[in-house]
Design a protein around this ligand. Sequence first.
Ligand code: GLY
Length: 333
Amino acid sequence: MSTRRKFLFRSAAASVAALAGKNLFAANHSPVINDPIVISTWDFGKEANAEAWKTLGSGGSALDAVEAGVKIPEADPNNHTVGYGGMPDREGHVTLDACIMDEQYRCGSVMGLEHIVHPIAVARLVMEKTPHVVLIGDGALQFALANGFQKENLLTPESEKAWKEWLKESKYEPVMNIENAKNLPGGPYNHDTIGMLAMDAKGHLSGACTTSGMAFKMRGRVGDSPIIGAGLYVDNEVGAATSSGVGEEVIRIVGSHLVVELMRQGYNPKEACKAAVERLIKRNPEKAKTIQVGFLAINKKGQYGAYALQKGFTYSVKSNKEEKIYEAESKWK
Ligand code: GLY
């Protein structure tokens, strides 16, 4: 569009907006009225989205929404990949990883946090109350307790039983998707992190990512989920991305940051996720055939998309227009 046509178009749009009593264009020429939307990894993201929507749908911030949303699987004892009831490491400790990021590039993270049901809330406090981005292990726990969090036993009888069953053979073979893991002896032991991305009515993006990590991981192991740029990245100028799957492979390509940078170059969210998956395959082709990794992304227009290595990566979407679970396209069927 020529400069003059752009001017005429914008003047006409501004007049319509003025008649409607709305200022549609901010100084940076982006729309200031947005349709809120929240997207999150896996089927269980549906309940988490519904909780986030209580905030988003009533004009609340994307940051508050993602924190509230991911607290649902964190508190669910039947979810064995996130928070309370998460599978322990091979020594029987439930260690949690989480991070959060807002539209101002503020971020906070906890790694290897034990005894606290809501690591995402601690990550947010790291972001808001400390000069740091990451607190780990005992230091993270000390900080949580100093801020009023209660110490709890996160190892449920079901997870303990699964761990004891696993100990009999002690074979570290993470399965592809939660759907495949349900009927295994010892229960579902996999890596199905919740990553949640939201855009609020002001057009601000935020994201949260929280997990108990790989079931029966080595003590001290940290995956992609609490690493800003790997498991989650938010750039309010461009979009946001998150990941689920085998964290080691996501870290190698700094996956979520890569997806956001690809969107900056003009890729739509699904194309960006696909290009990141292809990068991952290029880096480690043999490994990539045997594991699951999925990326989920949203851009500033509220368009979203996902792509995974393997079939079975699902994601949940909630907006004024829809409430749906989709299965992402994948490299291998
Ligand atoms: N994506 C979760 C993990 O690797 O710990």
